[in-house]
Design a protein around this ligand. Structure first.
Ligand SMILES: [Zn+2]
Length: 319
């Protein structure tokens, strides 16, 4: 059987035809700016499904299900999209609209949960039963998988790891709280720390790295400077990794998963510069436990295809 996974991104609606093993066989994308209402979204999902199946020569009755990953809030039982920052739509009964055109099972899920499910089935968590992913991007997304099931909480909103406060009365967060983890350990936070360091140390190698990049600060700038022996760049990396470790240690202590995977652009950084120091801090600070039972901290494996793969595999097993 084959599956369709659809990822509602910031710029594009991306869809993929995926097999049982999570291999993406074909993809399609459509500009999100062209979608103005709920009907258009449902129709885009239907037409992408039909086009992917037909281009791959797969009859529609060989498609087991269609899954949609949404950055925002969803109602999984009714198949509704309640809120997403990427589209001006609220409370969309997506499954009902989709079924006007196409009678395939349709699942809807938060995109961070989709990424977690993808890693659980075919990526960094495939040998684990209890698995947590943390995605470092604009904010910090999280997904908790327990014995093949995404942990949703009572209302479908569980897994918002980015909004655990790690600094009492710390930086303001758009969620309304202060000191949220994502204000300190997201890619956005890393860039802010880098910018502040460049402003204070205009003659540093870090400032030079940024200048060489056309003045653009990236999530890599501090790591590049640190590898060139820059103390300023190294200090930014150390501070960032300390904040990252604070939240990861909390998650390890609370969930004690077999594996915790870190994804997002920052996670592609050199192992010696990011993963190893992070593992050392988490090992030092987490509740003592026998070495063979310790949570393995690893990097995610599926990159930006995790969203499509996870959405597709929502229909793989009874959730
Ligand atoms: Zn917050």
């Amino acid at each position: 059987m084959k599956y369709i996974g659809i990822d509602i991104g910031g710029t594009n609606l991306k869809a993929g035809l995926v097999d049982d093993r999570g291999t993406v066989l074909a993809t399609k994308k459509e500009k999100i700016a062209q979608i103005h209402n709920a009907e258009a979204l449902a129709w885009a999902m239907v037409s992408m499904t039909q086009e992917l199946a037909s281009a791959a020569g797969v009859p529609l009755d060989q498609i087991k299900s269609v899954g949609v990953g949404v950055p925002g809030t969803v109602e999984i039982h009714s198949g509704s999209l309640l809120y997403t920052c990427n589209l001006p739509l609220r409370n969309v009964p997506l499954r009902r609209l989709f079924h006007r055109y196409l009678h395939l099972p349709l699942y809807i899920e938060n995109d961070a949960n989709c990424a977690a499910l993808a890693e659980y089935y075919v990526g960094a968590g495939r040998d684990s039963k209890r698995f947590v992913t943390v995605t470092l991007g604009t904010g910090i997304g999280g997904g908790i998988v327990h014995n093949g099931k995404i942990y949703h909480g009572s209302n479908g909103m569980a897994g918002e790891v980015g909004h655990m406060s790690i600094v009492h009365n710390g930086l303001d967060c758009p969620c309304g709280r202060k000191g949220c983890w994502e204000q300190y350990a997201s890619a956005t936070a890393l860039k802010r720390m880098t910018r502040e360091a460049v402003e204070c140390h205009g003659d540093s190698i870090l400032a030079q790295v940024v200048a060489e990049n056309g003045g653009v600060i990236s999530g890599q700038s501090a790591f590049i400077a640190a590898r060139r022996g820059d103390a300023v760049g190294q200090a930014v990396c150390d501070e960032y990794i300390a904040y990252l470790a604070a939240g990861i240690t909390n998650l390890v202590n609370i969930f004690q998963p077999d594996t915790l995977a870190i994804g997002g652009g920052v996670s592609n950084e050199d192992e010696e510069c990011l993963l190893k120091p992070l593992q050392r801090l988490v090992a030092r600070d987490s509740i003592p436990c026998p070495a063979e039972k310790k949570t393995k901290i690893v990097t995610a494996q599926l990159g930006n295809q995790a969203g499509i793969i996870g959405a597709a595999l929502l229909g793989k097993k009874k959730r």
